[in-house]
Design a binder for this molecule. Structure first.
Ligand SMILES: Nc1nc2c(c(=O)[nH]1)N[C@H]1C(S)=C(S)[C@@H](COP(=O)(O)O)O[C@H]1N2
Ligand SMILES: [Mo]
Length: 252
């Protein structure tokens, strides 16, 4: 189907939803084109669906704002408050040499990457903003490898629809769709403002998703899995956030 007729179809479906008629039709159309977020159920469901669908149609290829060096926040403010786990402290004591990031699921070659493996992939730096849903933000330079480089290395299968990623902190896990996973600004980061990524900011390894709110940028990532469905993870809402009342899709 051509891009124009696809757009027309979805717009029509969404217009019907906004007019509070034909909601079921709108959802059917949106689902067919991958425009339904996993946490769409319940009272806020239609709203979340509209936000996600409209964002995906209008900003699919857009870039998060990048800043100049003079705009880097001094000092940046880290939101992390809980102490890391004992397992984490043991890894830290060894300079994170045994830290691994496993990548599995719908990939041709599941892999377990060390920090050095990640650092051998193409490097990208960008100066972007971390914006917390609670209202504060800061600007920093992030350095790492585009997530797409990691995914190319393991080879994603055609059924891939989402990437789920997990922290060493068991209650922190998120997912993004392939549009964000393959986006050039989505980085697996290990450095910030010209030094190793500090633990408070998610070191040794943090996924930066600058097109979404801070909580999608999970610290201390240890595993990523590629999937065609989010139903099997947690309560099936896509990530820990909607389980705690926050939207799965947090585009900014
Ligand atoms: N593992 C883990 N990742 C996390 C968090 C956390 O507590 N643990 N907090 C999230 C939230 S709510 C925000 S706003 C940002 C804060 O990032 P910062 O500490 O760099 O400001 O990290 C996100 N990633
Ligand atoms: Mo946050």
């Amino acid at each position: 189907m051509s891009e124009m007729s696809r757009r027309k179809l979805i717009t029509r479906g969404l217009a019907a939803a906004a007019g509070l008629s034909g909601l079921a039709l709108a959802e059917r159309v949106a689902d067919r084109y991958g425009l339904i977020p996993p946490d769409h159920g319940g009272v806020y469901g239609p709203g979340e669906t509209l936000t996600y669908a409209v964002q995906r149609l209008l900003t699919r290829h857009s870039l998060a704002r990048e800043f100049s060096r003079s705009q880097i926040s001094k000092p940046p403010f880290a939101n992390e408050t809980r102490p890391p786990t004992d397992v984490f402290k043991r890894l830290q004591a060894d300079g994170f040499k045994d830290w691994t990031l496993s990548v599995d699921g719908l990939v041709a070659h599941p892999a377990s990457l060390s920090l050095d493996d990640v650092k051998r992939l193409p490097i990208r730096s960008q100066i972007t903003q971390v914006a917390c849903e609670e209202g504060w933000s800061y600007v920093a330079e992030w350095t790492g490898t585009p997530l797409v480089e990691v995914l190319n290395a393991v080879g994603i299968l055609p059924q891939a629809r989402y990437l789920v990623y997990f922290s060493i902190q068991p209650d922190w896990w998120e997912s993004i769709d392939m549009a964000d996973a393959l986006h050039p600004q989505t980085l697996v980061t290990y450095a910030m403002n010209d030094s190793d990524l500090p633990v408070a900011f998610g070191g040794p390894l943090r996924l930066r998703v600058p097109r979404q709110l801070g909580y999608k940028s999970v610290k201390y990532i240890t595993r990523m899995t590629v999937t065609d469905s989010l139903k099997r993870f947690g309560k099936g809402l896509g990530s820990a956030s909607p389980e705690g009342g926050y939207a799965w899709y947090a585009g900014i």
